[in-house]
Write a protein that binds this ligand. Structure first.
Ligand code: PLP
Length: 380
């Protein structure tokens, strides 16, 4: 029999930077919410996933990859996928890096670049991993707040960049607010960027924003820039492939890709994921359809919530950031009892906000009805 170790026996081994980290909050567990609500069908709006599924060609490609390929290691360089991505964007394949989700690339960038004490600049409210991964490396993270209207604070960005960050994590559009920077705002950040900084432009929701003519395509905006940058994109959101974990980066130069290649685990993107991404990339119709249906629902749901008196940040994504006017934890709990999962926001200053991604029209109607009922109760 194994000896019984005290629960904290390993504690002295854990690095200080790691012990102090908050855990990632993935939102409530669907099985637990099903049990709590007594509902057989949970409506999950907590992870910005696509309700419109994947292209039928993706399902076929995954079946084929599973049947023929999973006893072998995947292609460690993801050659076919990097070539397909490169071709679709008119960049050489050796400037494309693949990740087990684009989150993986965020992590690799931190490992490759950051020394303890280095400065990283990102946004607040923002994406938790833009802070977590730098902190694992012992870096300091400065978060630039948005304005009261959830807009771009040019002065705050200029000051933050003047401090000389090694890495800048900029999500455009932003998660959790859903707001986007326009071309002029992105240009201001680029102009204020010190020569020694690496700009990481995280375009996880770029496919949704791109229908807006004011949205700057990051790759186009950075192409001619004579300093290091990387644009990150993912198959998890508009392509509907969150479950297989694949994302990619387009880097300013091959040396950056090679550095990330040295850091990453060699087989970081599995074979079904590579096959799925190649098929997804080829089906432009499914992507366009998802983007169009998402935009319609975003507009409709935002209107209905505003009519009910709630503040909703204008969104260029597949999710909404909503001020419930009461503690987000309590609102999320009440929604869970109704079988609806959203993400309660906890960052200072935003504790009354929830983030909810969209589902199909029927599910969204249930969400709107439940949320407006909860928020109408015991109004003060
Ligand atoms: C969802 C998301 C990602 C990427 O997710 P992956 O599934 O790892 O590709 C990256 N950045 C932001 C801001 C996101 O919201």
């Amino acid at each position: 029999m194994n000896p019984v170790l005290a629960p904290a026996a390993s504690a002295p081994l854990i690095r200080r930077e790691v012990a102090g980290l908050p855990g990632y909050d993935p939102g409530a567990d669907p099985d637990e919410v099903a049990a709590l609500s007594g509902s057989g069908r949970v409506i999950k709006l907590s992870n910005n996933e696509s309700p419109f599924g994947v292209s039928p060609t993706v399902a076929e490609a995954v079946r084929e990859a599973v049947t023929s390929g999973v006893s072998r290691y995947p292609d460690p360089m993801g050659k076919r996928l990097t070539e397909a991505v490169g071709e679709s964007l008119d960049v050489p394949a050796d400037r494309v890096v693949l990740g087990n989700g684009s989150e993986n690339i965020l992590e690799l960038l931190c490992q490759a670049v950051l020394d303890p004490g280095d400065l990283v600049v990102t946004q607040a409210p923002g994406f938790a991993l833009h802070e977590t991964f730098p902190r694992v490396m012992g870096a300091r993270v400065h978060k630039v707040p948005v304005t009261a209207e959830f807009g771009f604070d040019a002065d705050a960005w200029r000051d933050a960049l003047a401090a000389g960050p090694k890495l800048v994590f900029l999500a455009n559009p932003c998660n959790p607010t859903g707001a986007m920077l326009d071309a002029g705002e992105l240009a201001q950040i680029v102009a204020a960027l010190p020569e020694s900084s690496l700009l990481v432009l995280d375009e996880a929701y770029g496919e949704f924003a791109r229908t807006n003519p004011a949205y700057p395509d990051g790759l186009e905006a950075l192409r001619g820039l004579n300093r290091p940058w990387i644009v990150l994109r993912t198959f998890s959101k508009a392509y509907g492939l969150a479950g297989v974990r694949v994302g990619y980066g387009i880097a300013s130069d091959t040396a950056l890709v090679q550095a990330l290649d040295r850091v990453r685990t060699p087989y970081n993107v599995n074979q079904p994921a590579q096959a799925a991404a190649i098929a997804a990339l080829a089906d432009r119709t499914h992507l366009a359809d998802t983007v169009r249906r998402t935009a319609l629902e975003i507009a409709r749901v935002a209107d209905r919530l505003r009519e009910a008196g709630l503040r909703v940040v204008p969104s260029s994504t597949n999710f909404l950031f909503i001020d419930t006017g009461r503690r987000s934890d309590e609102v999320a709990q009440a929604l869970h009892r109704a079988g609806v999962i959203v993400k309660a926001w906890r960052e200072p200053g935003y504790e009354t906000y929830i983030r909810a991604s969209l589902s199909t029209p029927g599910d969204n109607d249930v969400f709107v009805r439940c949320l407006t009922e909860i928020c109408a109760k015991d109004k003060t």
